[in-house]
Ligand binder design. Structure first.
Ligand code: ZN
Ligand code: ZN
Ligand code: FE
Length: 764
């Protein structure tokens, strides 16, 4: 017993992701172990603890909270005050204080924890082989949430009545399943079923074993997961993979592969520590890694690519399926190409009919659809390409709080939106390409849901300047009167600044395919001096005339033509390049007329287009099946050992400064005509981009003082470019890139929100 004189009191307030992740039971156990008395409760701001005991025990307790929080919890702020000691004997978990406030968000879905896996593997446990096993450290959250606060009654588990044993766990503070909202067991919880493609129930007795056997025999199985349906097949079976591709009408986009564990992942691909950390993290994203030569995955999984998108199982269902199928499985989103992920059962049946031979389904509804996230390690750290399951709806903490509640509508492709207020920015899940009507419908529903979950009532609507984006149209149609258009690359740069807590000014290199510029041209090779409420355009790339506008994205030969026409004013020997042999002469002639006349040929500054143009020319690929395909192929063909760079010039006299790659085009053309290998040329192209970028950044730092530098825009998914620039700038600049938010258009909305807030503040 602690002596009365030594007894002290502390009130400890914790903010962050501390609800729905087993935080109170964790606090309860830690307090009991430390011999403390007192209480813990959820409240509007997070978790509050009042603890009483010796100063030493209290100190150790606080250190323990910080050092070892449960998986999935994230403490953003811990603050404590001394309070008078109370004469209480034990430590208790108190019921929530009133209605837990809306500021406390629903947690993201978390991968099955080791303890639950042990339960599932234990023959004597009542959850042996139970696919829906979870606890407060793991399991579904966001995807089953219908409303706030996050309580069982407001989830799709509401219809399942806890059996006596589950109820006892749910009610017992020291239990790992204390208040685990989706707690379930085979007696009382969701059940698996197998449906034939016709929708008829198959009743095979053991659905898991049946589906696994079908997969082993080369069938395509639709699997209902956390945030939607997957289409699965044996990843080593070239025929099954080709058949899936055919039925899904997805020509060349890579499929993700789920493999049982880290050890098996090591056998498929080269992993660094950052890859391992990403693969094993509770968010369980798909991680882009380089495949091993001897990797037994069918080449059709990622045609022509040395990369593989790997992920580890994140539900007990996946673990069981992988272990029974005993091989890596393709796990690609359950939809036709370009359509959003299927998640509602009747819709899935309708849409997956004709794709899947069999459906492995269950009766727990998906309330909030959520795609798999996609990550990649760059420079030894994580980056996100797609932020969705496992991350959403975790809010991002803003170091500079906003003055207004803002809805930022995002871009057009790979859209996400952002609802922000105060110091919290809620980035919505990856929605996809809004051009597709069904995706747009999903977008509206996701915004409506986010407004309900966060309680944020926007005063400002932020949108891109592009007049034809569906997100711009959506913003215009909103009833709120106050709308602010934000320049695309300004939003990219400020998004990166906000993530890193930079108030600005900062220098931002924003390299992407295209974004609407203030002059009506397509920007995308920009060096900006950015503040939150404005920017100065310091440098850009020499623009190209893209004959046919948007069509150049699908037909990069048009970009290559623009490069050659620009670099060889006296006329380029097109017939000498293999590329143009694949293009009808009539189309080339028409494109040339457009370029010469400047009609239907907008000026484009995008670095992404330079990748397309150089890649098309060197790899002789006139067309692609999806945006960025050629840029990726060109990037991955680069010889890692090559140090030389293609020639370039920078016009310091123009405003903004202009990076001119015409010398590089001429050098590339000559090298190709001399039959030089594309691998060396690709490396030199990358090296030239790095060198030119370093020059403009160095000059800008000289002119504007020591400012932080951010690298952003979709081009920085290119590992060679990103790592090259990070390394080259680090010796003389504080350089960062987006880590928690995608650098591509999936991160745009965060920047839009911050910029709009700053502009509105300035106007006051
Ligand atoms: Zn668990
Ligand atoms: Zn039960
Ligand atoms: Fe962009």
């Amino acid at each position: 017993m602690v002596g009365a004189t030594a007894r002290q009191g502390r009130r400890i307030a914790l903010r962050g992701t501390v609800q729905g992740v087993g935080f109170r039971p964790f606090v309860y156990r830690a307090a009991r172990e430390a011999g403390l008395a007192g209480r813990v409760r959820n409240d509007a701001a997070g978790v509050t603890i009042e603890a009483f005991g010796s100063p030493r025990a209290l100190q150790g307790f606080i250190a323990r909270l910080i050092a070892r929080p449960p998986q999935g919890a994230a403490i953003h702020k811990l603050h404590w005050d001394a309070i008078p000691p109370e004469d209480v004997a034990s430590f208790v978990i108190e019921p929530s204080a009133g209605r837990a406030g809306r500021r406390v968000s629903i947690p993201p879905d978390l991968a099955t924890c080791p303890e639950c896996l042990a339960d599932v593997a234990d023959r004597r446990d009542r959850r042996y082989r139970y696919p829906f096993t979870n606890c407060t450290h793991c399991g579904p959250r966001f995807t089953i949430a219908r409303d706030v606060p996050y309580d069982r009654a407001a989830t799709t588990m509401a219809g399942f009545t806890l059996c006596a044993e589950c109820r006892a766990e749910y009610d017992s503070p020291p239990d790992r399943r204390f208040h685990a909202q989706p707690n379930a067991c085979p007696r009382c919880g969701p059940r698996l079923r197998v449906l034939a493609a016709s929708g008829r129930d198959c009743d095979p007795g053991d659905p898991l074993a049946f589906a696994a056997a079908a997969l082993r025999m080369g069938s395509i199985v639709a699997v209902k997961g956390l945030g939607g349906y997957h289409l699965a097949c044996d990843a080593g079976d070239a025929e099954a993979v080709a058949e899936l591709r055919r039925r899904k009408r997805r020509d060349e986009k890579p499929f993700a592969v789920m493999t049982a564990d880290l050890e098996s992942a090591e056998r498929l691909a080269w992993l660094c520590d950052a890859d391992r950390a990403l693969l094993g993290s509770p968010a369980r994203p798909i991680v882009l890694v380089r495949r091993r030569e001897e990797c037994p995955i069918a080449p059709g999984v990622a045609p022509g690519s040395p990369l593989l998108g790997l992920l580890l199982p994140y539900t007990a269902l996946h673990h069981l399926l992988l272990s029974e199928a005993a091989r890596p499985l393709v796990m690609t989103s359950g939809n036709l190409s370009d359509e959003p992920l299927a998640f509602a059962d009747d819709d899935a049946l309708l849409r997956l009919h004709g794709i899947a031979d069999l459906l492995l389904v269950h009766d727990r509804e998906i309330a909030s659809p959520c795609d798999d996230s996609v990550a990649q390690s760059i420079g030894g750290g994580p980056t996100l390409i797609r932020r969705a399951r496992g991350y959403v709806p975790l809010p991002l903490e803003l170091r500079q709080p906003l003055a207004h509640a803002v809805l930022a509508c995002g871009g057009e492709l790979k859209n996400t939106f952002c609802l922000a207020q105060g110091d919290q920015a809620n980035l919505g899940p990856h929605v996809g390409d809004l051009e597709e009507l069904s995706t747009f419908v999903r977008y509206e529903a996701a915004i409506e849901r986010a407004e309900r979950f966060t309680g944020v009532r926007p005063e400002l609507i932020a949108h891109d300047l592009h007049p034809d984006y569906m997100s711009t149209a959506y913003a215009r149609a909103r009833s709120e009167p106050h709308k602010i258009g934000v320049q695309h690359h300004h939003a990219h740069v400020v998004s990166a600044m906000a993530e890193h807590g930079l108030a600005g000014p900062a220098l931002g290199l924003a390299y992407d395919g295209a974004g609407w510029g203030e002059d009506g041209c397509l920007w995308g090779g920009e060096l900006l001096l950015a503040r939150r409420d404005g920017f100065e355009r310091l440098a850009t790339f020499r623009p190209l005339r893209l004959a046919g506008g948007e069509r150049a994205v699908q037909q990069p030969w048009r970009v290559a033509l623009a490069l050659l026409e620009d670099a060889f004013p006296e006329g380029a020997p097109l017939e000498a390049f293999a590329l143009f042999r694949g293009v009808p002469a009539r189309e080339i002639a028409a494109a040339r007329r457009m370029i010469a006349g400047g009609w239907n040929a907008p000026l484009a500054h995008g670095v992404g287009r330079y990748f397309d143009g150089f890649g098309a020319l060197a790899l002789a690929r006139p067309c692609v099946s999806y945006e960025g395909q050629l840029a990726v192929a060109w990037n991955l063909s680069a010889d890692p050992g090559e140090r030389a760079a293609l020639a370039y010039e920078i016009d310091w006299g123009s405003e903004p400064w202009r990076i001119d790659l015409r010398p590089a085009v001429r050098e590339l053309a000559a090298a190709l005509l001399a039959a030089q290998a594309p691998a060396v040329l690709s490396a030199r192209f990358h090296n030239a981009l790095v060198a030119a970028s370093v020059e403009v950044v160095r000059r800008a730092l000289g002119a504007h003082g020591r400012l932080p530098v951010v690298l952003t825009g979709g081009c920085f998914q290119n590992r060679r470019l990103a790592e090259g620039l990070l390394a080259a700038l680090a010796p003389f600049a504080d350089v960062r890139m987006p880590r928690a938010v995608p650098c591509g258009d999936g991160g745009l909305a965060l920047g839009q929100a911050v910029v709009a807030d700053a502009i509105a503040g300035r106007a006051r």
